[in-house]
Ligand binder design. Structure first.
Ligand code: HMG
Ligand code: MG
Length: 306
């Protein structure tokens, strides 16, 4: 097997994680979490999102968080923007990067952003145009790559048409100017063979360095699926400190794969990330305590016992 020599971890805990945590968390604590992540060597962080506070109240203070953090030149601080209004907020916040988010499932698109896939792509056009003028990198997301909370699981019958849909939306986002598309297993139902089939279909026409993987770990499949991604040359992995979070529009979805668990696996495989595991574990333990929540990182718990 060929594995990449190094991998890039995109830390999505402050956004994807905290957007779905029930316990309130102060802006100060969010800022402290981000500081600790940076101290641990994380170089790409999704700090928050500029979405309707009625839809996702936990992200209502994203501007304050962005303005409150002490910036490091080595770190890219990103924000999710569903429309021009969100994009303008991201500019005020001086985000280094924005992310637009589409889906491969019509029902999920409606529930998540209140419009069809087609309409969402139209909404993203002005963001892409303005970002290009400003030379601001834009990341794309495709949700529901391996199952949808409303339309169901991948089966032998629907797999190929679904993978074609994922590919079509991914390709459209890249054609629109996204530098990379993160493939979201929103509800964590994907298993390794379907992951392999999907990635093979995508990689026929899309270079591995334009793809990232974003696995929620609801069914405990994330690390196995990430291994498949690495075997296919994909070396950008989204993860959430302490396995925080879920998705407010995907009932029952648990958080992303824990960053600590991903890092432990990559370290064990000799894949370089530049991140300090001990510091990361401490950041995960601290945020879990603050949220009064069980640490979702197996490595974070194991280390406590050691
Ligand atoms: P809408 O209702 O269709 O939009 O929502 P609208 O233009 O009619 O506006 C409705 C209200 O929202 C208005 O306020 C607007 O002012 C306000 P009201 O008049 O009712 O007081 N509004 C905004 N406020 C702040 N910032 C904005 C903004 N835009 C409108 N940017 C909208 C459309 C997209 C806004 C809404 O559906 C929304 O905010 N959805 C939230 C989506 C979200 O954040 N989901 C979670 C993140 S995606 C995810 O987790 C998946 C991912 O992790 C990958 C994976 O795991 O698969 C990325
Ligand atoms: Mg997600």
């Amino acid at each position: 097997m060929n594995y990449p020599e190094s991998a890039r971890i995109v830390e999505v805990g402050p956004r994807d994680g905290l957007q779905n945590e029930k316990q309130p968390i102060s802006t100060t604590d969010k800022i402290e979490l981000i500081r600790r992540l940076v101290q641990a060597g994380i170089s790409h962080i999704e700090v928050g999102s500029f979405v309707s506070p009625k839809w996702v109240p936990q992200m209502a203070d994203s501007l304050d968080v962005m303005q409150g953090i002490e910036r490091s030149d080595h770190v890219r601080y990103a924000a999710l923007t569903p429309n021009m209004r969100g994009f303008e907020q991201a500019l005020i916040a001086k985000a280094d990067e924005v992310a637009i988010f589409g889906a491969a499932s019509e029902s999920f698109s409606q529930k998540n952003i209140n419009c069809s896939i087609e309409e969402s792509l139209e909404r993203f056009q002005p963001i892409m145009a303005r970002a290009k003028e400003l030379n601001l990198p834009v990341r794309g997301y495709v949700s529901c790559i391996l199952g949808c909370p409303y339309e169901g699981l991948i089966t032998p019958d629907n797999a190929q048409p679904h993978f074609e849909k994922v590919k079509q939306v991914t390709q459209t986002l890249l054609d629109m100017g996204c530098y990379e598309v993160s493939l979201g297993d929103t509800i964590g139902t994907g298993t390794p063979l379907y992951t392999e089939q999907l990635l093979k279909a995508l990689l026929k026409d899309i270079p591995a360095n334009q793809l990232a993987v974003h696995f929620h770990d609801t069914y405990g499949q994330a690390l196995a699926n990430i291994l498949v991604a690495l075997q296919n040359g994909i070396a950008t992995i989204d993860a959430s400190i302490a396995g925080l979070g879920g998705c407010p529009y995907a009932q029952g979805a648990s958080g992303n794969v824990a960053t600590e668990d991903v890092l432990y696996m990559l370290n064990g495989m000799g894949i370089f990330t530049g991140i300090d595991l001990d510091k990361l574990i401490r950041a995960g333990q601290e945020i879990s305590q603050k949220l009064n929540r069980k640490n979702g990182a197996k490595v974070g718990v194991a280390n406590k016992l050691a």
